[in-house]
Write a protein that binds this ligand. Structure first.
Ligand code: TMP
Length: 394
């Protein structure tokens, strides 16, 4: 066995499996959330995985365009892509509700989105979208219909797909020799630095480091030629990748990134064991903070019922006794309950109850955006609680 388990986040439900009034008392599917390191490739992954169909189906609640941070980031990237790469056609793997492809002309994009309820949104607007999982078979179909693709983009999707061999072989089929593949996903280095253990849940099969990704890409004759660091999702990397045969210059950012990861110890198991200890401490401290507030009879609510917060709530045993309800802007989550911990999720309608003094930041990755929006809550003395980089009241 080349894999070493270094973190156990306990018994967890499926992160996006929000409960309804009807099924709240039904037994939920649960699993042990263990996180491991592959000694050969340094790839960090969760141990138990579920079939894609269980997670990404016609009831998927996540909508990219719910966040201004995301839509603005996509807009900036689209403008950069047009200027720098001038692609004829762009293919997006995991196009969700079109937040990225909407920045391009309809006849210049192809979207792949297996969740039918979400793909419907772009289909209705006449975008070329396929409600299918990314695979060699689909890549061949696209090649036949559209020819070689000179730009492939995928944000927060590749880390959700278990079979990386299938993913990159399929990419190799359609990507032109001069083509560019851009993928962005949360950075392992940032996750370890910020103790954001909630990056691990059933959908996030991998949290990539540059070191690990490079090892995987090598097998498929693909090569990272530039890396951009992003604030998105608590710190992500945007990797610009080319075919090895393509002579494009390799930017310094690649070696700098790898050096930073090496210096932090991403090749040493001890680094991961230390992280696991910090996670245990994080659970204790967060509970101490919440218990103290509750002792003073203060109301705590949650902001953003994220998939990530499913990991926190279940790992830290936080239920309605501590957090009364969550507010969320996503329609498909409203009037439902958080998986495992059964905390009600209410519709966010620009108003926070006057009696609320403390808000647990479930969507901590959108902290800037939320703080801007909630100026009046902050002005009246309202406080946010976060778990990253360590649990505290902000
Ligand atoms: P994510 O962290 O998985 O991207 O999910 C973010 C969730 O937070 C999503 O359900 C929408 C919600 N949200 C709010 O309710 N209000 C906000 O202002 C923002 C930015 C997100």
């Amino acid at each position: 066995m080349t894999k070493i388990t270094f973190l156990n986040l306990g018994n967890q439900p499926l992160a996006n499996n929000y409960l309804t009034k009807k099924n709240i008392n039904r037994k939920e599917k649960k699993y042990q959330l263990n996180v491991c390191l592959d000694k050969k490739t340094y790839l960090v992954s969760i141990k138990k995985t579920f079939p894609s169909k269980t997670m990404f189906n016609n009831k998927y609640p996540y909508r990219s365009s719910m966040s201004k941070t995301m839509t603005q980031s996509f807009k900036r990237l689209a403008s950069d892509i047009k200027k720098k790469f001038k692609p004829n056609i762009i293919l997006e793997i995991g196009s969700n509700d079109g937040a990225f492809i909407k920045n391009f002309k309809k006849n210049k994009t192809i979207g792949i989105e297996p969740c039918g309820n979400i793909e419907k949104i772009t289909k209705k607007l006449n975008y070329n979208t396929f409600s299918e999982y990314w695979s060699k078979k689909l890549a061949k179909k696209i090649l036949k219909k559209f020819g070689k693709i000179d730009l492939i983009y995928s944000a927060n999707t590749i880390s959700h797909i278990k079979d990386l061999k299938e993913v990159f072989t399929a990419i190799d089929i359609v990507l032109s020799d001069e083509g560019v593949l851009i993928i962005e996903d949360p950075s392992l280095l940032e996750c370890l630095k910020k103790n954001t253990y909630d990056q691990f849940y059933n959908e996030h099969i991998y949290v990539f480091s540059t070191i690990a990704l490079e090892n995987i890409l090598k097998i498929h004759n693909l090569e990272i030629f530039k890396i951009e660091k992003l604030d998105i999702h608590g710190g992500s990397n945007r990797y610009f990748i080319k075919k090895s045969i393509n002579k494009r210059r390799i930017n310094n950012s690649v070696s700098i990134n790898k050096k930073n990861e090496n210096n932090f110890g991403l090749k040493k198991i001890n680094t991961y064991r230390k992280f696991a200890n910090r996670v245990k401490l994080s659970k204790l401290t967060l509970n101490k903070i919440l218990n103290k507030i509750k002792k003073n009879n203060q109301k705590i609510i949650g902001y953003g019922a994220t998939a990530k917060s499913t990991t926190i709530l279940n790992y830290c045993n936080i239920d309605v006794k501590k957090i009364e309800y969550f507010l969320d802007t996503t329609k498909d989550k409203q009037n439902k309950f958080t998986p495992g911990t059964k905390i009600p999720i209410l519709k966010y309608n620009n108003l926070i109850d006057e009696n609320v003094k403390y808000i647990f930041l479930g969507a901590w990755n959108f902290k800037k955006e939320i703080f801007k929006k909630e100026k009046s809550f902050i002005k009246r003395g309202g406080k946010f609680i976060t778990h990253t980089p360590f649990p505290r009241i902000l």
